[in-house]
Design a protein around this ligand. Structure first.
Ligand code: FAD
Ligand code: SF4
Ligand code: SF4
Length: 400
């Protein structure tokens, strides 16, 4: 499907340009053109006075032989040779899907000098590792990783691909899906095999988290999806497992690389590494003002934890977005999650309800957060937080 301007009909009135919410229409001379930014929302179609804009069905993959596509793949996201937790989580889940299909599970490992990590990929359940190495993969680079991944798909034809819904995974997954002309189900919270079709059943929240949607990709291959970190538990590694390493030469050319990495700025300190944290102390609008976030940070520091925030706190500018927990923020699964002055909206719960132990501090005894909390403290957060911080600081000092 594509949205197109019939150039012969277009009279150059320009009415369609402001109608596009994505800035995807350009006037070139006296004709309108739709650019790559088009999301095919269709908002411009009814605006055109001469009906020059229309949707065109493009026949894609008509000759695709779906039976050629076999096996479940997991993108092994790594940084400086250290595999991200989400890759292990997806290997554990991918193993179950592959076993149910009677197919193999493979990890896609792209990087520079990362071959040694293959043993960890096997230990988490893979039968095979597709390895692409080179200096161009030293740091994540959209074009380089896309070229490598697409080349692997075209050569080895997997049936399903799981990618972590991290910053890099959310960048890579959709781009790869678009290049190989398949669909991608984003931010899945459950994966299974549909008994009737044997397709992957991608489950994700829809309509603001009010329903769970089950999504299939029946016409195209590979079936692709991103899954948030911490939705699944990491499998226990079995280092007696081994597998086959398939080394594939890099296909990236200098001309593929449109972006060059000049410098890495460390904006994230240990207290914002929420996905990896065992303890998270999160603050919400109930803190009252930005300065009061210091009390949340002090408790996190005393407990050796990370600092989270509700979207209300982030939207108010009290904390940067990389601290946000929830449906449009990070999904976390710490051992202890302390919600301070957070009401417990469904979109917040979507990001933290799998925490092992939830503690809520709220002055309203009827706040929804208490329905999911294991321990609740009804009180003023600014009175409770300093007391907890002092106790934990004493405890930590005594443990030293
Ligand atoms: P509020 O709902 O205003 O709650 C503040 C709480 O603090 C109240 O329960 C109040 O009783 C308590 N309180 C007030 N004063 C004190 C005090 N002195 N001591 C103790 N308690 C006090 N939200 C997220 O968090 N993450 C998301 O990713 C997210 N994504 C969203 C996506 C969509 C599509 C939509 C529509 C919304 C999303 N939201 C998200 C917003 C969400 O619906 C809520 O608006 C938000 O979580 C509310 O934040 P809050 O709990 O901090 O604020
Ligand atoms: Fe813009 Fe939507 Fe028209 Fe595409 S279909 S050009 S995104 S208004
Ligand atoms: Fe052309 Fe129609 Fe856009 Fe006018 S509204 S510029 S006629 S496509």
């Amino acid at each position: 499907m594509a949205v197109i301007v019939n150039q012969e009909k277009c009279i150059g009135c320009g009415a369609c340009v402001p109608s596009c919410p994505f800035g995807a229409i350009e006037m070139r001379g006296d004709k309108a053109y739709i650019t790559e930014a088009c999301t095919m929302c269709g908002a411009c179609i009814s605006v055109c006075p001469v009906e020059a804009i229309f949707r065109e069905e493009i026949e894609r993959n008509v000759a695709m032989d779906k039976t050629e596509y076999k096996g479940v793949w997991v993108f092994i996201e790594q940084s400086h040779g250290e595999i991200k937790g989400v890759a292990h989580e997806l290997l554990g889940e991918g193993r179950k899907l592959a076993d149910e299909l009677g197919e193999e599970l493979a990890g896609v490992l792209i990087g520079n000098g990362v071959e040694a990590q293959a043993k960890d990929v096997f230990a988490s359940g893979a039968d095979k590792v597709y390895l692409v190495e080179g200096p161009e993969y030293d740091h994540y680079n959209t074009e380089a990783y896309t070229v490598a991944f697409v080349d692997l798909i075209q050569k080895y034809k997997p049936s399903a691909i799981l990618v972590g819904a991290t910053n890099d995974g959310r960048d890579l997954g959709p781009r790869v899906a678009a290049r190989v002309r398949t669909g991608l189900c984003a931010d899945c919270t459950n994966l299974s095999i549909d008994a009737e079709t044997k397709l992957v059943l991608w489950t994700r929240p829809a309509f603001g988290g009010n329903i769970m949607a089950d999504i299939l990709c029946p016409e195209h291959r590979p079936q692709m999806g991103t899954v948030r970190p911490k939705v699944f538990k990491k499998p226990t590694p079995d280092f007696s497992r081994t597998g086959e390493i398939v080394k594939v030469a890099s296909k990236v050319k200098e001309s593929d690389l449109k972006v060059k990495l000049l410098e890495i700025l460390a904006v994230c300190t240990s207290n914002c590494k929420l996905e990896e944290a065992d303890i998270i102390v999160s603050g919400g609008r109930g803190l009252g003002k930005p300065e009061n976030f210091a009390a949340v940070e002090a408790l996190a520091e005393a407990m050796g934890g990370a600092v989270g925030a509700s979207r209300a706190a982030v939207d108010a500018g009290w904390k940067p977005a990389l601290h946000q927990v929830g449906q449009t923020g990070k999904t976390v699964g710490p051992k202890i999650y302390i919600a301070c002055g957070i009401s417990g909206a469904i979109q917040h719960l979507a990001g933290m309800s799998s925490s092992d132990t939830i503690i809520a501090i709220n002055k309203d005894a009827d706040a929804p957060i208490f329905k999911v909390a294991d321990y609740g403290i009804v009180g003023d957060v600014m009175e409770v937080l300093p007391l907890l911080t002092a106790e934990f600081a004493k405890y930590r000092a005594a443990c030293k």
